[in-house]
Ligand binder design. Sequence first.
Ligand code: SF4
Ligand code: SF4
Length: 113
Amino acid sequence: MDTMIAYCGLDCSQCPAFIARQDGNDDLRRTTALEWSEQFHIDITPAAIDCSGCRAPGVHNPFCGTCAIRACGMERGVANCAHCPDYGCEKLLKIFAADGHCKNRLDEIRRWM
Ligand code: SF4
Ligand code: SF4
């Protein structure tokens, strides 16, 4: 389970970009591209809905591929931010404010460390 939790605490196993890649599901790519384009006010193509997870190379998603938290976690060599000595840094607090589930997942990992 821990291996599918992104550096920031998102659960990649539930992400349509991950599911579409695993299943080769072009319908899911198309519907997700439309949904995210409207939601985030940027033009996302179905081809961009294709990801092997935050910790895998070659993230094509326009958000996670350029994510500062992901870049920081990779540079520090941590499995995810729960394992970082600076857990709760400013970058993380921003995503925690936007999605409380991220904090809950990472807090849970820390409880078992
Ligand atoms: S786009 Fe990739 S890294 Fe981002 S949440 Fe989805 S599966 Fe994880
Ligand atoms: S400094 Fe923050 S963003 Fe970087 S790895 Fe540590 S907790 Fe994650």
